[in-house]
Design a protein around this ligand. Structure first.
Ligand SMILES: Nc1ncnc2c1ncn2[C@@H]1O[C@H](COP(=O)(O)OP(=O)(O)OP(=O)(O)O)[C@@H](O)[C@H]1O
Ligand SMILES: [Mg+2]
Length: 479
């Protein structure tokens, strides 16, 4: 319908005398009127530009009103046709109604009545246009749209919904699918849907596996609402369905690959830990003991030397010094690889020792608070906490510019907590979340494997805190 006028009309009558006053009157009412004395000309105009309404005489020499209306309705099924007819041809006018005429008017035309009928016809035209617009949206929607009765019978479905479920058209789906509840692969899924509907009146992102017509299954996501009548009674559910099989598959693959990656990390960590333990023991026991033996032999030789063998005495002295320094290096390396303290004296002693080393090396003041005095826990937890502590200290030395570090280690009945707090420049949010922060990722992974929690936070120029909590009981085997 044209925006500027209240409607566009085509008037067809072979008698110009009858037509002229009608056209003038309708123009005066605000309609845009085009007049034709032949049906053919009118049709030509209509195929160029569709009017809102066709007002045509019934009996005309070249093309009668019914033929004209039938052809016009082929061009636009929503066109409103009104047939004007003489008294004697009422029967034919009734036939016209069957073709699809909106109404008929008897001659001679009474203008007031004509105005009423045209105005009513225009309202219907507007309704039809709106309806056809929404129908087109419904029918051409990419998502599946449905309405079902509370009992699960499908009342309405669009083409997309039928195709998603493997039916050729909505009609087939509506007749064949008697109960929507049977769509769901998981028993009780429909009941869950109804429960949510009764509770909230709406469901969003309701993901389910459903059967297609051929028995195969797909994943869909539904958004639906319940629709009630004015009396508050539930009349139907209305929903939009989207197929998400590919997304589900991708999610599943991602989950599996994450799990594999996590298992691999866990495996690598434990392999690395075992390797370190082995190397530390070998260095400590083999190399360390050889050096001790060498030192004792050399000492024995040194004692055997007489006072006038000055050069040899000096040589053995410097050799002893060298052996001492080599023994210290061996102890340091094996200690760093796997502090014997961790196994022999426990976590607190190992942390104290590591903290002392760190303090000496960096000059950063450290303070350790622990509770209780003796902490006895599983080896996997103490190893994880010790490695986390080492990583946190290394980070402090490398990135923080801190001058003090406070370490807090507390064991309660059900969990153990380790907090490391520095007063440096403060870690940024970007660093915390970065996929390249492998040190931090390693901390998180270790904690995750033990079903614990970790929180890393920083305040600019105030410092960084790493808080780790590990549960001591009720741990499940990680998947
Ligand atoms: N205590 C801290 N104070 C300030 N910034 C920190 C602190 N700890 C970590 N960061 C920042 O977070 C980043 C990520 O730390 P992460 O330990 O993951 O990596 P890294 O230490 O740079 O390398 P590596 O993989 O060898 O550990 C660091 O590069 C640093 O910018
Ligand atoms: Mg690091």
């Amino acid at each position: 319908m044209s925006k500027d006028s209240i409607g566009r009309l085509i008037v067809v009558d072979d008698e110009v005398e009858t037509m002229r006053p009608v056209c003038e009157f309708l123009s005066h009412c605000g309609y845009v009127v085009s007049a034709f004395t032949s049906g053919k000309d009118a049709l030509e105009e209509m195929s160029e530009r569709i009017p809102d309404l066709l007002l045509t005489d019934l009996i005309m020499p070249e093309m009668d009103g019914i033929t004209l209306l039938r052809s016009a309705l082929e061009i636009d099924p929503n066109l409103i046709g009104i047939i004007v007819t003489g008294q004697g041809t009422v029967q034919t006018a009734v036939e016209a109604m069957k073709v699809g005429a909106f109404d008929y008017i008897l001659k001679p035309l009474e203008l007031k009545l004509l105005r009423q009928i045209v105005s009513r016809a225009m309202n219907v035209r507007r309704l039809l246009e709106t309806e056809s617009k929404y129908r087109s949206i419904f029918e051409n929607a990419v998502g599946g749209i449905y309405q079902t009765s509370p009992e699960g019978r499908c009342i309405t479905a669009n083409r997309a919904f039928a195709l998603i479920l493997g039916y050729s058209c909505p009609g087939e789906l509506i007749t064949k699918l008697e109960d929507m509840g049977r769509l769901y692969a998981k028993p009780g899924r429909r009941a869950e849907f109804i429960h949510l509907m009764q509770r909230d009146g709406i469901v969003t992102g309701f993901e389910s596996q459903v059967y297609r017509k051929d028995g195969s299954t797909i994943w869909v996501s539904e958004n639906a609402v319940s629709v009630h009548n004015t009396g508050g009674e539930l009349i139907y559910y209305e929903g939009i369905v989207e197929e998400i099989t590919m997304r589900k598959k991708a999610e599943e693959e991602l989950k599996t690959s994450r799990e594999q990656l996590r298992n691999l990390t866990a495996y690598l960590q434990s392999a690395r830990e075992k390797e370190r333990m082995y190397v530390a023991r070998e260095i400590h026991d083999e190399l360390g003991q050889s050096l001790t033996a060498l030192k004792m032999d050399l000492f024995w030789m040194h004692k055997k030397l007489s006072g006038d063998q000055k050069a040899l005495i000096e040589k053995t002295k410097s050799m002893l010094k060298l052996i001492n320094s080599a023994a210290n290096t061996v102890r340091r390396i094996s200690g760093e690889l796997r502090p014997g303290l961790l196994d022999d004296l426990g976590l607190t002693a190992a942390i104290e020792w590591q903290m002392g080393q760190f303090q000496r090396r960096t000059g950063i003041q450290c303070e350790l608070v622990f509770e209780p005095e003796e902490i006895i826990i599983d080896q996997d937890i103490s190893t994880a906490l010790y490695r986390i502590f080492q990583e946190a200290l290394t980070n402090i030395a490398r990135h923080s510019h801190a001058t003090t570090v406070k370490i807090f280690l507390e064991m309660k009945s059900h969990e153990i907590a380790l907090n490391i707090k520095d007063n440096g420049r403060g870690i940024t949010q970007e660093n915390i979340g970065s996929t390249k922060s492998f040190g931090l990722i390693g901390i998180r992974e270790r904690v995750r494997l033990l079903q614990g929690e970790v929180e890393i936070s920083g305040i600019r120029d105030k410092g960084t805190v790493v808080c780790v909590t590990i549960p001591l009981s009720g741990r499940k085997t990680p998947v």
